[in-house]
Design a protein around this ligand. Structure first.
Ligand code: HEM
Length: 169
């Protein structure tokens, strides 16, 4: 009871001290909030019809950019491919030899078989060679612009050669 009374009295005292006029006199004017700033920024960009980053009209496609997104694409494709292949191997009846025999029995022709093998080998080889390029970057090597282009061309040549070699096996 005493505590309640004490709290009530203290609150009344504070209220009488901190009248609105007192508060206004000492309040600092608030700046704009970050949301208002962002709204203003986007509104201005829209009004001036500015392209917004990342945007195709700002960044011209370059070899390193193309190779970077392809590394991600092949990484995702390989993950999906390995998962589907493994699940299919578990779920489908028969074994590897019988599946191979089934493909042979379709008589697809050497050009089609070669193309299919090349299409499978290409993303694996690309991701492997470009992965090695990434690992050298992780070691802090090859970051200068000419080096990035040179290593990019090397990866492309190695990918084509190794994928063609594997497809011909
Ligand atoms: C079946 C085999 C593989 C699968 C499924 C796979 C999958 C992936 C995936 C999903 C990513 C992430 C891509 C991204 O979001 O940017 C990735 C990144 C990476 N992979 Fe692979 N990968 C495989 C083989 C390899 C091999 C053999 C190498 C190296 C010789 C390699 C090196 C790398 C590197 C260095 C990165 C990181 C790139 C970065 O820094 O952004 N990967 N991989």
């Amino acid at each position: 009871m005493a505590a309640l009374l004490l709290r009530h009295t203290a609150r009344q005292c504070l209220r009488s001290q901190l009248r609105p006029a007192f508060c206004y006199r000492n309040a600092l004017p608030m700046g704009t909030t970050s949301k208002q700033e962002m709204d203003r920024y986007w509104e201005k960009n829209t009004r001036l019809n500015r392209p917004v980053s990342p945007h195709m009209t700002i960044y011209k496609w370059s070899l390193p950019m193309f190779m970077s997104i392809t590394h991600r694409g092949t990484g995702i494709a390989l993950s999906a491919g390995v998962s589907i292949f493994s699940l299919a191997a578990l779920a489908l009846p028969g074994d590897y030899a019988s599946h191979l025999e089934l493909v042979r029995s379709l008589h697809l022709g050497p050009a089609l078989i070669y193309s299919a093998k090349f299409a499978l080998a290409f993303p694996i080889m690309y991701h492997t060679w470009n992965g090695i390029r990434h690992l050298s970057w992780d070691l802090g090597k090859g970051f200068k612009n000419p080096e990035v282009y040179r290593s990019g061309y090397i990866v492309l040549v190695l990918t084509l050669l190794s994928a063609a070699g594997i497809a011909s096996m």
